[in-house]
Design a protein around this ligand. Sequence first.
Ligand code: NIG
Ligand code: FE
Length: 398
Amino acid sequence: MAILLHNAILATMSDGYGLSQDAIVIDGDQIAWMGGLTDLPATYARAERHDLAGRLVTPALIDCHSHIVFAGDRAAEFEMRLNGASYEEVARAGGGILSTVSATRAASEAALLANALTRADQMIAGGVATLEIKSGYGLTVADEMKLLRVAREVGRQRPLSVRVTHLAAHAIAPEYTGRAGAYIDEVAIPSLQAAQAEGLVDAVDAFCEGIAFSPAQVERVFLAAQALGLPVKLHAEQLSDLKGAVLAARFKALSADHIEYMGVDGVAALARSGSVAVILPGAFYTLRETQIPPIAALRAAGVPMAVATDCNPGSAPMTSLTLAMNMACTLFRMTPLEALQGTTLHAARALGLHDRGQIAAGQRADLAIWHAQHPAELSYRIGATPLHTRIFGGRFDA
Ligand code: NIG
Ligand code: FE
């Protein structure tokens, strides 16, 4: 039976917030109709009615950048950094990503899944319905495959659309210290090919940075992705400007992510390629970074900006996407409208999805009903969980 939602404030996200007081009809897993209640088509007269008591409804949130499949934690490293060590110093001393790699390799697939599901559940409780999950803490062909399988499984076990991203080019595995090129040839590319053969990959990412891979090495991964028909994205300009965004744009990347140190050339390249700039204020906050991403230049160039948690054990141990929205506003002076576009409309584009991110007839019926009346409230509250109810594919959460 169709479902009718009425007496709600809708933020449709078409043309700004697209605020309206219309009713919505959900039929199956899609939004079938939207309009004034008095114009309800006769076919939906018997739909199951839900009075939302004036609450705000937005598209369900989309977290387009996360690393939730890992074991262990990095609280000790948090302490080291507070005692003065930098993120790069910790990484170069064998800590950082590599300490999570050891814990993750030692963990069973079942344990990794249980951990990832806990994080996914927190995201669902925060209003997320589409989540991107990256590999990148395995760094052998077998371990990367293990992480990718776990990521896929999260989407089977929960009411959540999961997009899986291959990120073997996240760090140089300890067995390959000083031999990043060999790691690309022997692990990053072969694991991508093997994972793609098993349908485990939706997109390909890499970490382009002094402590990770050079643009030339990333390019080889991107060429392999291109040969497999997979879209790419990139951790670019997080700690320095290696021109990763320019490279990503050349490959028509879905997105360039982090980009604190990106220059005007990167902004222009993203504007030309139509790639999304993914803003990750949680990592900026945790690392006590001071270089702010070029928000004003991105805005002026019309580059769509998404906002994501980057949930990971090192630089962003956070699962709250509304907290990331708050940080994007407070730390980067994004507007609450940009923050919400960044977790709906533009986040969908960062994943190459066009069937979600707005409230409109024909879109997937993924909706969030909030304890709020105005969308700016979602960015304004700090650390709150303002979700009232979530609807995933036309079904209310139990
Ligand atoms: O997006 N920059 C690289 N990758 C993660 C950090 C991963 C980690 O520290 O474990 C990020 O910030
Ligand atoms: Fe990341």
